[in-house]
Design a binder for this molecule. Structure first.
Ligand SMILES: Cc1ncc(COP(=O)(O)O)c(C=O)c1O
Length: 391
């Protein structure tokens, strides 16, 4: 956060306490946290050689271990003929996304991954020293981008049961209403895997000044099986200042190909479009994306497999006496009761990549759900690294 450079630490902390309007511990993204994060990332860092990487069990980055569907592979293979072109037919990807969600093409912004749309939202809605409000821990990329634009992140701690404290988000937002440029909600939340219940999304939107944009990141939408969850697209259709982001990286298994999108009211899309590069997405993945949207059977199969393997693995860890957070995503958290980075390094030595540390949940390990075989290897290593009943 740039203001760390312009202000003394005491000014910064007291200013922030005022921003949060309470004596409770203020949380803001800081350079120190940034350094801690990059150290923490080491456990999930890429392997040195291709052969080493290929051998690893990859449970660090919430990828889809099964790969894209045959239909998507075929569409992408057929699109290679456009590799040398700029003005190629793009398969109608924007229209296909719009049609899929019942919105107009003008409501859709493509990104090279949904991360590009998150960056566009930060750049568009967080000019000079505007604040972003969200929880901690969450998918902190949004706070990091905000840091780049001199904005300050006001991070509300999760409740004791690792759910989002929506009343507190509303309170902090109202207290800072003139300065808040964006609210970020990840649903289900990464890294906890817990959904934000539909009533609480409604509570948020009804509880804050209506001109404040809310970004609802639904990267893991397709894995959810929970009656308390509801996609937030309906708020865009109502004309609320809501941006919903989705990605082809997870259920469609196209993480390495980079395609995601945001859906929002047209004026918000235009504001974000002005700060995007405009040609970051390749021909191949556009065709893959169109095919993926049609492949509901594949999505259902992946969702089911993910659920079975996740529940089986979580049941084994629970039977060993470990505490877990219920998950609606393709990852889960287990309390290893020791430093998560150290545990991650032990896994890495055994050829398994697991999630980095997510402060302040320093003793919780985030584990992506791999194939059944991946998870057998994970559980075997877990027994060696974190033996017996913890505590
Ligand atoms: C919550 C969340 N949002 C967005 C992203 C970015 O994904 P991508 O840029 O691949 O769409 C991720 C990646 O893991 C994520 O976990």
């Amino acid at each position: 956060m740039v203001l760390m450079g312009n202000t003394t630490r005491r000014d910064f902390v007291s200013g922030l306490a005022a921003a949060l309007g309470c004596g409770s511990l203020p949380l803001a993204w800081s350079a120190a946290q940034e350094r801690q994060q990059s150290r923490a990332t080491a456990a999930g860092a890429p392997a040195r050689t291709e052969a080493e990487y290929d051998r690893m069990v990859k449970l660090a980055l919430n990828e889809n271990p099964y790969g894209p569907s045959e239909a998507v592979m075929k569409a992408m293979t057929d699109a290679w003929k456009y590799a040398n072109r700029y003005g190629y037919p793009d398969g109608g990807i924007v229209e296909a996304i719009a049609g899929h969600h019942g919105v107009k093409p003008g409501n859709v912004l493509l990104g090279a991954g949904s991360a590009e749309v998150l960056k566009a939202a930060d750049d568009a809605f967080l000019p000079d020293h505007r604040k972003v409000v969200g929880v901690q821990p969450t998918f902190e990329t949004v706070y990091r981008y905000a840091t780049n634009s001199n904005a300050r992140a006001l991070m509300v701690p999760l409740r004791k049961d690792y759910t989002v404290d929506m009343q507190e988000i509303i309170r902090v937002t109202k207290l800072n209403a003139r300065d808040v440029g964006l609210i970020y909600i990840c649903n289900p939340n990464n890294p906890t895997g817990r959904v934000v219940p539909k009533d609480e999304i409604r509570l948020l939107l009804d509880g804050i000044p209506e001109e404040i944009p809310v970004l609802i990141d639904e990267a893991y939408h397709h894995f959810v099986d929970n009656p308390n969850y509801e996609p937030s697209l309906k708020y865009v259709l109502e004309g609320r200042k809501v941006i919903v982001t989705r990605t082809f990286s997870k259920i469609a298994a196209l993480a390495g190909m980079r395609l995601g999108y945001g859906i929002a009211p047209r004026e918000m899309i235009e504001q974000m479009r002005t700060v995007t590069y405009g040609s970051s997405i390749n021909a191949i993945v556009k065709h893959g994306g169109v095919a993926a949207l049609k492949d509901a059977d594949h999505d259902a199969k992946i969702k089911q497999l993910n659920k079975e393997v996740r529940e089986q693995t979580m049941a084994e860890l629970r039977a060993m006496g470990f505490e877990l957070i219920p998950s609606d995503a393709n990852f889960f958290m287990v309390n290893v009761r020791r430093d998560a980075t150290t545990v991650g390094e032990e896994f890495r030595k055994r050829g398994i990549l697991v999630g980095r540390k997510f402060p302040p949940m320093d003793e919780w390990l985030r584990v992506s759900v791999g194939t059944a075989d991946d998870m057998r290897r994970f559980v075997a290593a877990f027994k060696e690294i974190v033996p017996g009943r913890a505590g």
